[in-house]
Design a protein around this ligand. Sequence first.
Ligand SMILES: Nc1ncnc2c1ncn2[C@@H]1O[C@H](COP(=O)(O)OP(=O)(O)OP(=O)(O)O)[C@@H](O)[C@H]1O
Length: 367
Amino acid sequence: MIRFDHITKKYPGTTRPALNSIDVEILRGEFVFLVGASGSGKSSCLRLVLKEEKPTSGSIHVLGQDLRSISNRKVPYFRRNMGVVFQDFRLLPNKTVFDNVAFSLQVIGKSRGFIQEAVPDTLKMVGLAEKSQRLPHELSGGEQQRVAIARAIVNKPQILLADEPTGNLDPTTSAEIMSLLASINASGTTVIMATHEAGIVDQMQRRVIELVHGEIVRDERQGGYATASIPTILPAPTTDAPASEPAPVAAVYARPAAAPKPALTHPSAPVPETSLSLHQAAAAAVAAAASPVSSPVSRPEPAAPAPVVVPPTEDAPHTPVPPMTRPVLPVAQDDEPEQLTLAEKLGLRAPGEKPDQTGEQNVGPTR
Ligand SMILES: Nc1ncnc2c1ncn2[C@@H]1O[C@H](COP(=O)(O)OP(=O)(O)OP(=O)(O)O)[C@@H](O)[C@H]1O
């Protein structure tokens, strides 16, 4: 489903690669944690999957497609197979819960009838059926993240990428969000989540890929946040094992002991201005499109791991969830026209594509 072959990513103006010859394969239906210290390359991995960034060398296959073969203009369509959830929610503050979720369907031209059916179903699934007419600032942080998740899955994406989705939430609320993500995964959606939160990773006992300085030092089928042993699982030979099948446990080989595990502190290094991150671009789009409101954007210290109680996956409600996600990402840099609509900024529509009557707001360039 997702395969990195010898992926190296070096950002302009940097000496050390953010990712250094990464080989990894993620199968359909897996739930994968990306862990590692700030700057270890987690977000870079997600940006590469989304084709927000291009690798310096190596090849990436997502959903059977070599990303090099997808033109920049086609990127928004490619991203319709993926949903994205951020730490800071990225909701449209002047739109109701319903409209926030409906927005992502409107911009890809779904019919009114489809929207009227899909949005309530999805809000029900995330436990917000009763709050569809609220504005984001009338919701708790956990509820806002549920809206963001609803927006990400309403079009049934095959892959859900979550970048620190619990980073702004307290442990109890984080556990609820993890239960929801587990439920979405149980329905067949592949979930890849970057996190610093040890308690969550330890409770979930899912596949853990640990990065240190852009290299994979651990890949465990059912791992915790930190493990004494550092086995690495070789990519399985087949790419698209169905979700219903148990993920094949591939050969395990011992890798040379990795560098000492760095302190897993929260991000502190500023991202160079030369490249707007996925987070920054989407946040800027939302901020530009609306009046000041809700979304907390500051990154708090990591939550204390111990108190997090995440229901085991097996116990997660197997609510029918459509397997899929929606793009909430900015379009590729080199494809950006000077004036983008919000939908274009969020990666929902190709730049220049004719907008429909969705109340979409124009926003100026963010870089
Ligand atoms: N646009 C960019 N331009 C230059 N360097 C970048 C850019 N984005 C990331 N980097 C660098 O690449 C490395 C990996 O960054 P990345 O954001 O992928 O790490 P991360 O593990 O997600 O960190 P965090 O947990 O803080 O989000 C870091 O050294 C970072 O400074």
